[in-house]
Design a protein around this ligand. Structure first.
Ligand SMILES: [Zn+2]
Length: 86
């Protein structure tokens, strides 16, 4: 399954707003519905939520960029390993 459709692009674009709760409920439902049916976007969504959770736990307000990069990098390398196993 690839994630190159316009729906995915749109969903991922709004994903970040969704996570930050900056979208109205209608838009949230729309994205939630897409994520429910799209494994690629679900994975991306999980990554973002995970990073946000880790970052918010480790410091108070703004995450230091190096930490965020490190977390993202390690998650992505795990993800690549998983993909290569298929
Ligand atoms: Zn998608």
């Amino acid at each position: 399954m690839s994630c190159e459709g316009p729906d995915c692009e749109k969903a991922l674009e709004r994903l970040y707003l969704f996570i930050d709760h900056e979208l109205d409920n209608a838009s949230c439902d729309e994205i939630q519905a897409h994520i429910d049916g799209c494994q690629e976007c679900l994975t991306e969504f999980d990554l973002e939520v995970l990073v946000k959770t880790l970052v918010s736990r480790s410091c108070s307000e703004v995450a230091p960029q190096p930490l965020r990069d490190r977390v993202l990098l390690s998650i992505r390398s795990v993800q690549i390993e998983i993909q290569q196993d298929r």
